[in-house]
Design a protein around this ligand. Sequence first.
Ligand code: FES
Ligand SMILES: [Fe+2]
Length: 384
Amino acid sequence: MADGDLHASDVGSHHAVAALRKALGDFAALPDGAAYGMSGRYYVDESYFTHEKRTLLSQGWHCVGRADELPNVGDYRALTLLDEPLIIIHTKEGIRALSNVCRHRGMPVAEGCGNARLFVCSYHAWSYRIDGALQLAPRMENAGFDPKSCALPSFACVERFGFVYVSLSETPSDLDQDLDGLYKKLQPYDPTTFRVVHSAEEIWNTNWKSLVENFMEGYHLSVVHKITLHGYTPTELSKKGPTGPGYTSYTAHYPDHIPSRGQGAAGLNVAQKHASFLFSVFPCQVVSISPSLLVSLSLMPVSAGRVDVRWTMSVYGDDLTEDTIKERIALWSEVNREDREKLERMQNALGSRHATSGPLAGADYEGTVKDFLNWIAQEDSRYL
Ligand code: FES
Ligand SMILES: [Fe+2]
């Protein structure tokens, strides 16, 4: 395949990026029944990562958590998304995303999480209201200083399904259009009413795309998760779900002898109660939802070989006892550990010149990987 022919000296160069982009278009053009994945360089090349960061990652919508993590006005969490320091804050007008960079000389004005009435910069004590407006700049004497022009800038921020999404773009895509079809799938679960019971932050030394692909394919379930998942979501019961302009999905059905795991919302049918539905909101969120449990991983890519992951677990109403919730947290922590261990070992091997393009399994097992590749190729084609 074309991108397997790159010379080592090309790695990190403009030529390598151009060759990978060309290969992406070629691979997306392959029919779904004869799909191939990209070569290792797509996952390890830092120049290509820089290109992704400038383009589809900066343009895309990123899940930054659940709305119910910030229940009260003033509740906030600081985070860094693609080198951009942000404050996600519950204002009187709803949840907003502000720049976490002081307008004086650039200090971050907030740290960690908590509840604030004002953000006071730790450097020279400029203070900002929670809507970002500058409240006070002590001892400032400067004829050109206009406090009104010194508000913290804001970013596009919306809530969907109880998740908070942020885009760094000034002209983000229409998220509702991107997710066309997904609403109908999720509505019966009543996703906005789930409540967070656990969150964790982890560093995964892998490429962000590998993590999306791994979470979204059922092919590895019975191999990697033999003890943890195989008993109730075996590979052979994976079924491809709908894909749309900005997402893909599959359903992991439970074997007949496994009882439903919780009741969930009233609108769910028997089949939905007997399966987990997994979806990815491109580029960086992967989710598993079942009647009583919602697990979401927000991926924050840092380099070609590192992605910071924040994951949350939410439950439906009082479906699960405290003990069951503890068990589910332990189970998912172990499942994530199993995936991370595999992906980190694979990341090392993907640097090999022998990590060339390989064939993908059929639609039910790896069709979602092809959907993701198609989406990246489509997005990438919009940039010169
Ligand atoms: S950098 Fe924030 S007050 Fe000076
Ligand atoms: Fe997995």
